[in-house]
Design a protein around this ligand. Structure first.
Ligand code: SF4
Ligand code: SF4
Length: 111
């Protein structure tokens, strides 16, 4: 599942630079698709995660980096969007076609 940011977010900004997929944006800021197109913000007042860009850090880290740095533990798995490691790994390859992903990949599913 993609990670989500809950209403407990205090807008500290610590998570945004940690995301390997630039999936995190400040509230009110448009998000950029892989094709460079801009899209309306998913939240106007809190940091948010774009589900299409979140891989739960699969391919890069063995833990969600946003959750690791969040001081109020408000980055959590979205129970409404369950996704397998395989699906998330395919997303990594689409988002980073030139990246060399280790096999097996770093993954929260393997810890
Ligand atoms: Fe980015 Fe990883 Fe957080 Fe998803 S879980 S938003 S990929 S840092
Ligand atoms: Fe919000 Fe947590 Fe990100 Fe800070 S680290 S902006 S509190 S989600």
């Amino acid at each position: 599942m993609a990670t989500i940011i809950t209403e407990e977010c205090i807008n500290c900004g610590a998570c945004e630079p940690e995301c390997p997929n630039t999936a995190i944006y400040e509230g009110g800021v448009q998000w950029e698709g892989n094709d460079g197109a801009l899209h309306d913000a998913l939240s106007e007042d809190l940091y948010y995660i774009v589900p299409e860009k979140c891989t739960e850090c699969v391919g890069f880290f063995d833990q969600e980096q946003c959750a690791a740095v969040c001081p109020v533990d408000c980055c959590i798995p979205d129970p409404d969007i369950p996704e397998t490691e395989e699906v998330l790994l395919e997303r990594v390859k689409v988002l980073h076609p030139d990246a060399e992903i280790p096999d097996p990949p770093p993954s929260r599913f393997r810890t």
